[in-house]
Design a protein around this ligand. Structure first.
Ligand code: NOJ
Length: 539
């Protein structure tokens, strides 16, 4: 990468839009594509370079769109294909790229492919899904457990066989070992590429190819990632349902297909793997697989300087030469970063500074720029099926509607309409309109950090180097310009003051609390509680 001009996705900041929750243009209480179009000026003002839109395809919504019933259309809840085309054109006019979710592992059980597949054992699509007979003793075909709790097998009366589903029974897994499936799914990608999308976020990227013999998974002696929401799923080592070596050939082909299109189309893979080396394999030996494997190491770490340092250095340490990292602190499956169980409100600014100053492509989850926190939803009112399957794992709290202003329903949907999930009770204080005009707000800090990234090549492309020793609770790293210049990033992850030591005297370029912007500092820097500083060394 060093020798070539950076690709757009290396210098970009991606913004994730969860379409149900972003903006409702037609007053039904659920966000939609025209709602996103109506907020593109906001996203341009904020300064993001790309949006990733979670699924908006026709779906029975058993998993809110991650159960796709037609890969090449738009669910009427979200609009029409014409709305999508207008959204892409309007985003491109504003220099915002558009990434869509590609859900290859499973379809909805209502997808015509599955309806046909389950109709008999000898129809043309009989082998498009993973069907198995019971074991001779009548038991399940193997011991795999669903990521959403319970066995991965559901009995089908018509075929008198089990079908595999790593997620809900309504989400049967496709059989990617069947070349017809592969062709059909590559055609799906081409359909969206032809419509002008700039790339894909690939859902559960490492699960698509399974062990051909579907052998049992061994138990996991050391589940780790106790901070993740993966629950009972961590009790097995997912060696046979996950990360099969055949995935790599598949992603090489997928990348070749992307690269046969003009315009640097990109693949961003959802890749959960606690082992850094295994995770990094998805770049490909020749960096010819997934362009940007998402990494969830920071999300799955405790919010302590040591935890975050281990995650960041672990990722940096295994990146193949020239490979490009990605960073993410929140998404539609994780408690929000500003929630008490993650970093907490007081640390939200420090977290934003971390996300936007690390080396790599950051992805910002909608609402994190204003410090939204999880909005609890009682089990009885929960919309996410996961909550009912394993209490405490439900993802409604991080999916609550975006508060745009302090009007009734927060400007998300018209007053008097019931939003699909409750509006945050603090919306009168935490909303876009209020924070946009407040120079001390988190939104202003986020926008200013984004602008700093755009203006400072060191932040976009400079090298990364951790340094220390640092006092307890302080995380410190340098970004070093290829042609000179250096920025120190000093982050206090505690609620007490800390004396930090930077690389040398300089000037605060931006501080989380803003009163210190422009302040000259020596090598010894006092960090206030919950404070982060970016210091330009030698200025
Ligand atoms: C990962 C997605 O992010 C999540 O929301 C979904 O439930 C599963 N994949 C299944 O598609």
């Amino acid at each position: 990468m060093r020798d070539r001009a950076p690709r757009w996705w290396q210098t970009a900041v991606v913004y994730q839009v969860y379409p149900r929750s972003f903006a409702d243009s037609d007053g039904d209480g659920t966000g939609d594509l025209n709602g996103i179009s109506g907020r593109l000026d906001y996203l341009a003002w904020l300064g993001v370079d790309a949006i990733w839109i979670s699924p908006f395809y026709p779906s029975p919504m058993a998993d809110f769109g991650y159960d796709v019933a037609d890969y090449t259309d738009v669910d009427p809840l979200f609009g029409t294909l014409a709305d999508f085309d207008r959204l892409v054109a309007a985003a491109h006019e504003r220099n915002i790229r558009v990434l869509v979710d590609y859900v290859p592992n499973h379809t909805s059980d209502q997808h015509p492919w599955f309806v046909e597949s389950r109709a008999s054992r000898d129809n043309p699509k009989a082998d498009w899904y993973v069907w198995r007979d019971p074991k001779p003793d009548g038991g399940l075909p193997n011991n795999w457990i669903s990521m959403f709790a319970g066995p991965t097998w559901t009995w089908d009366e018509t075929r008198a066989q089990y079908y595999l589903h790593i997620f809900l029974a309504e989400q049967p897994d496709l059989n990617w070992r069947n070349p017809e499936v592969r062709d059909a799914m590559f055609d799906v990608a081409r359909f969206w590429l032809d419509r002008g999308v700039d790339g894909f976020r690939i859902d559960v990227a490492p699960m698509v190819m399974k062990d051909p013999e579907l052998r049992d998974n061994p138990p996991n002696p050391d589940p780790g990632w106790e901070h993740s929401r993966l629950g009972s799923w961590l009790t097995q080592l997912h060696v046979n349902d996950h990360n099969h070596p055949d995935m790599h050939e598949l992603y090489r082909s997928f990348r070749s297909m992307l690269e046969s299109y003009p315009g640097d189309r990109v693949s961003i893979g959802e890749l959960h793997h606690p082992d850094f080396d295994r995770w990094a394999e998805y770049y490909g030996e020749r960096q010819d697989e997934i362009h940007v494997p998402f990494n969830f190491h920071v999300i799955n770490s405790p919010w302590t300087a040591d935890g975050v340092r281990r995650a960041v250095e672990g990722v940096e340490g295994v990146l193949p030469a020239g490979a490009w990292a990605s960073w993410v602190l929140g998404n539609h499956d994780q408690p929000r970063i500003a929630s008490a169980e993650r970093a907490g409100r007081d640390q939200a600014r420090v977290a934003m500074m971390l996300l936007l100053t690390l080396r790599g492509t950051p992805t910002l989850y909608y609402g994190d720029e204003i410090g939204m926190v999880d909005v609890p939803v009682a089990v009885a009112d929960s919309r996410d099926p996961l909550e009912r399957l394993e209490a405490g794992r439900g993802r409604d709290p991080e999916r609550s509607p975006m508060p745009w202003d302090d009007s009734p329903n927060a400007g998300f949907c018209p007053p008097g309409v019931s939003p699909w999930l409750p509006i945050a009770p603090d919306f009168a204080d935490v909303n876009v309109a209020g924070q946009a005009v407040d120079p001390g707000s988190l939104l202003t800090l986020t926008r200013d950090l984004l602008q700093l990234r755009r203006e400072h090549p060191i932040l976009r492309l400079g090298d990364f180097e951790p340094f220390g020793p640092t006092p307890d609770g302080v995380l410190a790293f340098r970004r070093i310009g290829r042609s000179g210049g250096q920025l120190d990033v000093l982050l206090n992850l505690t609620a007490e003051p800390r004396a930090a030591r930077g690389s040398g005297a300089g000037r605060v370029v931006i501080g989380t609390q803003r009163e210190r912007d422009g302040e000259p500092v020596g090598a010894d820097v006092e960090l206030r509680p919950n404070e982060g500083l970016v210091v330009e060394v030698g200025r």
